[in-house]
Design a protein around this ligand. Structure first.
Ligand code: SF4
Ligand code: SF4
Length: 132
């Protein structure tokens, strides 16, 4: 799993192929996780798949084009005290970022998480939250 970032693109530059240009210039792979377009611009959550040096170059080039880049750590919060170990999230999580421990408590590996938010949407007791 690479470095996850939130990219915010102002409205005046949303028509420019900024992400594509940056990928071509740096040779870095960028996996888009989610996008949102508004009248005032747009935002993209994605993962930069590169070493530290190339990741830094990718972020610098984006910023030079007038784009804000925020590095994301984990945007999912798990509240183990609320969890009833129903296993629904374990079943739904395609990258297997959620698993049972030997004692049937639930464990998250946020390094594998692709922010699909299935666990957040489906947990019956709201033990998983999206922090945005
Ligand atoms: S957001 Fe998706 S990928 Fe991440 S832990 Fe939840 S189900 Fe798994
Ligand atoms: S869906 Fe919610 S209650 Fe069920 S195992 Fe996952 S976190 Fe726990």
């Amino acid at each position: 799993m690479g470095k996850r970032v939130l990219i915010t693109v102002p409205g005046n530059v949303t028509k420019d192929p900024i992400i594509a240009d940056t990928i071509l210039k740096t040779g870095v792979a960028f996996n888009i996780i989610s996008t949102e377009l508004t009248l005032g611009g747009g935002s993209i959550v994605g993962s930069i798949e590169a070493d530290e040096e190339k990741t830094g170059e990718f972020i610098r080039l984006l910023k030079r084009r007038g784009v804000a880049v925020k590095e994301l750590e984990s945007t999912i919060s798990f509240l183990p005290d609320k969890c009833v170990s129903c296993g629904l999230c374990v079943t739904l999580c395609k990258p297997e970022a959620i698993s049972f421990r030997k004692d049937w408590s639930v464990e998250f590996d946020f390094n594998k998480c692709i922010l699909c938010l299935e666990c957040v949407r489906n947990c019956p007791v709201k033990a998983v939250r999206y922090l945005g």
